[in-house]
Design a protein around this ligand. Structure first.
Ligand code: DON
Length: 560
């Protein structure tokens, strides 16, 4: 009898343990998916302290700036897509970096007309004026319930007390050790005595903690005005950078209406310019909507998806840039009528060579950093945020004793038309460098809503962000069952117009699938590694439950 009692108790404990691991979070619990457990914890702490999704977003973003410095930070920028449940208000907070006043188009081109890509990738010349400090302040004040200082507290603790480097940190620091060693402040902040950090190395950032304290006590404006800003601009300038104090003083976040459309009855709310995401997604999905998918083979479905992407990314290259500097025909690009005309040239049996769409050239893409998190709180407020310093550890340059690692987002501009950037994206005049301008982005924080529920999703991945979000939307809308784990883990394929080839994750697709696409004339190439780190939260309208899912690629630590 006693043994039975013990084993029943044992089973009960086991069942409780299993339930706590497997049971999805309810809306009252913690509907946060982020790329780092400590950042998710920071957001949950803030929800627990009475904050809403917007306060939690501030906490998660700031914590990610500390624990994923290679991906995003207060020396970078990004986009936050917000949905306020009380009045269904939706807004896209554009905290993209701006080009400093010294950043002329001539500066990034040498005397032979060649792009000076090193200047847009390494060191202080690569850095745009950061938007994240302004965004944290803006979101906390406008939409949050708690003081900024409360939401920044977990990040400050992490910066002061340190956190153990994980596999992603270790591999990013190894990859960028040379760049980080080229300035003492970066080396001290992120390396272990000048060497890449091993897993478990405790990363302590007292200087960043001081700057975060300043933001907490004096607000975001303290980053852009007054003594700190003067010192920051001066430090960057004396290291050869292009910043003026006035560039910081003139920085502001911009609230923009999101791109909104429907795909097979589901409402998609996503990123407007200066992200290309919304317009590329709209065109691609409108093209796909007119294709009868039922009964198509997996190869044929991929063929249509690739042809839709090809056309969407082609328009990214030729038309898109900061809408405040260039007249992008956004309404046309987001219209079903235009997509129908674009889609009409798709041959069901043959790949359309990109050279038939226009001329150009390119090579392989490698997207590495950036971060995305998704939140749904107990009231139904939502945040999808994609934040970035661009490449791993951005420019590799830390501005003096501020602890602020600067981005290398100048490389998201087109330095020379037709010359590919870090992500092998080509572009036009629309995305040329100009002081005050925001570089075109692919970051695409997105909401998908239909009768079943609300999905909040996004991912890092450079140019491949848009194709991943596209595939996530197709999975949610076109598959009869919602399976969040499947959606974030699904094998990825990508086409971005140029280079003219389908890039696939290594080992992820069957030979018949690959051969089927080749038979239609596609070039199919396996990338060097898997990509993406999708973070998704789903509110099931039937049950009221919130489920979160994080991409296993990110958790496995083998990629950024
Ligand atoms: O804004 C953009 O599109 C890029 N700077 C994002 C970079 C990125 O996602 C790197 N990823 N893994």
């Amino acid at each position: 009898m006693k043994t039975i009692q013990i084993s029943i108790r044992f089973l009960l404990v086991l069942a409780l343990l299993a339930a706590s691991v497997l049971r999805p979070a309810t809306a009252q619990e913690c509907g946060i998916a982020s790329a780092h457990a400590l950042a998710t914890k920071a957001g949950c702490e803030i929800l627990g302290a009475g904050g809403n999704a917007f306060d939690a977003a501030v906490a998660v973003a700031a914590a990610l700036a500390v624990v994923e410095p290679f991906a995003s930070g207060i020396g970078g920028g990004g986009f936050l897509l917000l949905h306020r449940a009380s009045d269904h208000y939706e807004v896209f907070v554009d905290a993209r970096e701006t080009a400093p006043s010294g950043a002329t188009r001539e500066f990034f081109v040498d005397e032979n007309g060649k792009a000076k890509q090193k200047a847009s990738l390494e060191g202080p010349t690569a850095a745009g004026i950061p938007g994240e400090p302004a965004a944290l302040d803006w979101v906390a004040r406008r939409y949050g319930k708690l003081p900024l200082a409360r939401s920044l507290a977990p990040a400050i603790r992490l910066a002061e007390q340190g956190f153990p480097a994980d596999a992603r940190y270790a591999s990013a620091s190894a990859l960028r050790a040379d760049a980080l060693n080229s300035n003492a402040d970066a080396a001290v902040s992120f390396l272990d005595g000048g060497k890449p950090a091993a897993v478990g190395f405790i990363v302590v950032q007292p200087q960043l903690a001081r700057t975060l304290h300043m933001l907490a006590e004096q607000g975001g404006a303290s980053f852009y005005h007054g003594a700190f800003a003067s010192k920051l601009a001066q430090t960057v300038k004396s290291a050869g950078g292009l910043w003026e104090l006035s560039d910081l003083e003139n920085y502001h976040v911009i609230e923009r209406p999101p791109v909104k459309f429907t795909y097979r009855g589901a409402t998609i709310t996503t990123a407007p310019l200066p992200s290309s995401g919304g317009l590329v997604l709209a065109q691609s999905l409108f093209i796909l909507e007119s294709v009868e998918m039922a009964g198509l083979s997996a190869t044929d479905r991929a063929h249509y998806a690739v042809e839709a992407m090809r056309r969407g990314y082609h328009d990214r290259a030729r038309y898109m840039g900061d809408p405040d500097f260039f007249a992008v025909p956004a309404a046309k690009l987001a219209s079903r009528e235009y997509a129908r005309r674009r889609g009409a040239s798709i041959d069901p049996a043959r790949a359309t060579p990109s050279s038939d769409l226009a001329q150009g050239a390119g090579a392989a893409v490698e997207g590495r950093d950036t971060t995305h998190f998704s939140i749904i709180d107990g009231q139904g407020n939502r945040v999808a945020a994609t934040l970035s310093v661009n490449g791993p550890f951005g420019s590799g340059y830390v501005a003096g004793d501020t602890g602020v690692l600067l981005n290398n987002h100048m490389d998201d501009f087109v330095l020379v038309p037709g010359v590919p950037n870090l992500y092998k994206l080509v572009g036009s005049e629309a995305n040329a460098v100009a002081p005050g301008k925001r570089p075109l982005s692919s970051m695409s924080p997105t909401f998908v809503e239909d009768g079943r529920g609300v999905l909040v999703l996004g991912t890092p991945g450079g140019s491949r962000i848009i194709s991943m979000v596209l595939e996530g939307i197709l999975d949610y809308v076109d598959q009869p069952q919602t399976d969040l784990a499947r959606l974030v883990a699904a094998p990825r394929f990508h086409h971005q117009y140029l280079p003219d080839r389908i890039e696939i994750e290594p080992g992820a697709f069957s030979e018949p699938w690959i051969e089927g696409l080749k038979a239609k004339g596609h070039v199919v190439e396996a990338g060097r590694r898997k990509w993406g780190n999708m973070q998704a939260v789903f509110l099931d309208k039937k049950t009221g439950r919130v489920i979160t899912a994080s991409d296993p690629r990110g958790q496995s630590g083998v990629l950024f």
